[in-house]
Write a protein that binds this ligand. Structure first.
Ligand code: PLP
Length: 276
């Protein structure tokens, strides 16, 4: 378990009204930034979805973001998924939403159609933690090898479910980053797409950690080109490979200009992280 989890009760559901207001303002600002960037880039309104990156935030903070309009969340650590899932699912159900995969294995309610809030894993997943996230998350964004994809696929088939996956690509080449080599991305996506139990939904990258806009943009543009080539090759199992998960607090406008369909934002919604 990570040390900060000893200092903060991530299952906590009650936060004060000042904190609710901060988070509400944060969500509104980010939704405005996205709308402006879509319009500046000549893209349709609503073509980019906001994923709230919720690492180190507790259930109360995450629900404040959902109440302010967030409709997709992403966690980094399987342990955090496990600690928060039950509370989040219960509070979402009270509001008429479903979140992630329900305990009966369904991704949407069998009864009245409800708004579904996808629950993604956006951080690295060790094979011994697959069982911790599979009962809850709809999509794993951090798949970067065929071995890992095969392990997740085997588990999914065992549970009788289909798990969404994005192939993470290390476009910046920074050694500290996970993700596959961009030169292998197309072939890898095609092999992942062929596995039973997985639904290949797109590609993910983390922008280069530099100030130079051109460098950041080049990585995003290359991810988009890779996605387009995968779709054009039309290998069976790659038909749904449409999403481009790219853009965070500091580079979301650039990512949207380069074709992002999901931006993963933490700091601009919740403020600076006290841990990590
Ligand atoms: C933390 C995190 C984000 C969000 O980062 P911010 O800079 O806080 O917006 C996005 N993607 C991943 C993979 C992350 O770990």
């Amino acid at each position: 378990m990570t040390a900060y989890m000893d200092h903060k009760d991530l299952a906590n559901e009650t936060i004060d009204s000042a904190r609710v207001q901060q988070i509400t303002d944060g969500v509104r600002r980010v939704l405005d930034t996205i709308a402006q960037a879509e319009s500046d880039a000549g893209r349709d309104a609503g073509s980019v979805r906001l994923l709230a990156a919720t690492k180190t935030r507790d259930v109360g903070e995450i629900m404040a973001a959902i109440d302010a309009g967030v409709r997709m969340i992403g966690e980094n650590r399987p342990q955090e998924v496990a600690v928060k899932a039950a509370g989040l699912q219960r509070l979402c159900a009270q509001r008429g939403f479903t979140l992630g995969v329900q305990s009966d294995g369904s991704q949407t309610s069998a009864h009245a159609p409800r708004t579904h809030i996808p629950f993604h894993l956006i951080g690295q997943l060790q094979s011994n933690k697959i069982g911790k996230v599979l009962p809850v998350v709809d999509t794993i964004e951090s798949v970067d090898s065929i071995e890992q994809a095969e392990k997740i696929a085997r588990r999914a088939v065992m549970h009788g479910i289909t798990v969404g996956v994005l192939l993470e690509v290390n476009e910046s080449g920074e050694v500290s980053k996970s993700g596959c080599d961009p030169a292998h991305a197309i072939l890898l996506a095609q092999r992942i797409g062929s596995l039973d139990g997985l639904d290949l939904q797109g590609l993910m990258t983390i922008g280069a950690h530099v100030d130079d806009e051109k460098t950041i943009r080049r990585g995003f543009a290359h991810l988009r080109k890779t996605r387009d080539l995968i779709l054009a090759a039309a290998t069976p199992g790659t038909e749904h490979c449409c999403e481009l998960s790219m853009g965070m607090t500091h580079d979301m406008a650039l990512a949207i200009e380069e074709g992002s369909t999901i931006v993963r934002v933490g700091t601009a919604i919740f403020g600076e992280r006290a841990f990590i």
